[in-house]
Design a protein. Structure first.
Length: 440
């Protein structure tokens, strides 16, 4: 099948490359010529394991090309995916400007029946909005259908997730359009759900908000554990064995960041408000999450007796491992709070440092975890990259001015860290923290 993909970010490029790898002919379109040039040279503008190799293979076999010309790509294809960004505005509502622009361009280029598939995460009703925009801009009354096909991939395992999705949701208002998209996904042999447009649009937000809810929930439990001498890691483990609950997304720590959860919960909150429903649940998910970095900095401040003139090292900057994405990363919040309090901040991340550097040139960027530890008064584990799991902790301890380890992801064994001579703080692990005495 000949397809076009508008937007070559995490979702668009991975979608385009995977569809090409399945044998389709794909035009990847972006308004950013730098990204387009890089893609045509076989260099992915984003870091995603396995993406460069798959891109190069499909370029060589001429199944994929990148262009800035969305009108041209629309004219030559029947199925056009919209995968542009939907970042939050100041109010937290999604900015649909890029979706609107892409829809208008597609409308102008309409030269026959087309299916416009919206993969960007957009509020319920956006499919109808895209339809109206295309109608307004088309020169001839060519037929077209709008389909919602929300994306559930996770950055860091985007290729794997695109090839092996738990489910494929296809929201369409007629069978002709739905069946064409079913055909496109058929080689993956994964469960497919065909719904109407509104249902598909809500599925995406309902799923992400539920995952965010799980994280905030266990963090709320962590606060209680900290005050009562309980260990949230054990609480979560025991809860997770209940098949109705499951272990996924029950890790207490610095909370969620990234380009999806914070923005999707906010967007969903605005949607329920638009329909005169109570937003309290969504407000609480965000409030609990926003408090996490503040609380961590407070713990460091208490331990060091103030932050002015202290050196705090951050291990990890990306919002999660295996990605260079720093959007809404917890590390950015920590950097801001620590710098405001007069601390010197050192940091190391295997791939995300070039993205943070322009935002925070005052941070001391290091070549590895050991360099971060040198003369640090405290280390905070922010992103649980694999390379931080098995560090030489004796070397770390000896390099530090004071061996204070704050584990923002509960990655380490508290007993082991203490035996190694560290002061160790894990989130919601009062049973091991010693310093936080049971209040009861
Ligand atoms: N990143 C994720 O893990 C993820 C997962 C699921 C869903 N989503 C959703 O998918 C959408 C895209 O996310 P992303 O992370 O890939 O975004 P991104 O910011 O990485 O990429 C968006 C791209 O669209 C391009 N663009 C903007 N307007 C355009 C236009 N008119 N024509 C062509 N290209 C245009 C931008 O230049 C940019 O390269 C968002 O709605 C997001 O919420 C993201």
């Amino acid at each position: 099948m000949k397809i076009a993909v508008a937007g070559t970010g995490y979702v668009g490029l991975v979608t385009g490359v995977v569809f090409a790898d399945l044998g389709n002919e794909v035009a990847c379109v972006d308004i950013d010529p730098v990204k387009v040039d890089a893609i045509n040279k076989g260099q992915s503008p984003i870091y995603e394991p396995g993406l460069d190799e798959m891109l190069q293979r499909n370029l060589e076999e001429e199944r994929i090309r990148a262009t800035t010309d969305l009108e041209g790509a629309t004219r030559e294809t029947e199925v056009i995916f919209i995968c542009v960004g939907t970042p939050p505005t100041d109010t937290g509502e999604p900015d649909l400007r890029y979706v609107d622009e892409a829809a208008a361009t597609i409308g102008r280029a309409l030269n026959g029946y087309k299916i416009i598939v919206n993969k960007s995460t957009v509020p319920v009703g956006t499919g109808d909005r895209v339809r109206r925009i295309i109608e307004q801009h088309r020169a001839e009354p060519h037929e077209f259908d709008v389909v919602s096909n929300p994306e559930f991939l996770r950055e860091g395992s985007a290729i794997h997730d695109t090839l092996n999705p738990d489910r494929i949701v296809i929201g369409a208002d007629n069978a002709r359009a739905a069946m064409k998209i079913v055909e496109l996904y058929a080689p993956l042999e994964r469960p497919m759900l065909i719904t109407n447009l509104a249902t598909a649009e809500i599925i995406k937000y309902a799923s992400n908000t539920f995952l965010a809810l799980k994280i905030s929930y266990i963090n709320a439990i962590a606060d209680l554990c900290e005050r009562t001498g309980a260990d949230v890691v054990q609480v979560a483990k025991a809860m997770g064995y209940d098949q109705r609950i499951g272990h996924a997304f029950l890790q207490a720590g610095l909370g969620f960041g990234g380009s999806c959860f914070p923005k999707d919960v906010q967007a969903f909150m605005h949607t329920v408000q638009r329909y005169q429903l109570d937003p309290t649940l969504y407000q609480q998910i965000l409030a609990i999450n926003n408090a996490r970095p503040v609380q961590m900095v407070e713990r460091v401040r208490e331990r060091l007796g103030g932050l002015e003139g202290r050196t705090v090292g951050l291990l990890g900057l990306a919002f999660k491992p295996n990605t260079d994405d720093i959007r809404e990363a917890r590390a950015l919040e920590l950097i801001k709070l620590l710098l405001q309090a007069g601390a010197t901040v050192k940091a190391y991340d295997p791939v995300a440092m070039p993205r943070v550097q322009p935002l925070h040139p005052e941070v001391v960027y290091c070549r590895n975890a050991y360099e971060v530890a040198e003369n640090a008064d405290a280390l905070v584990l922010v992103t649980e990259w694999n390379e931080f799991r098995q560090l030489n902790f004796e070397r770390i301890r000896n390099a530090m001015r004071q061996p204070n380890l704050f584990d923002g992801r509960n990655l380490y064994d508290p007993q082991r860290m203490r035996k190694l001579g560290f002061y160790y703080y894990g989130v919601g692990r009062a049973a091991d923290n010693g310093e936080f005495k049971a209040m009861l």
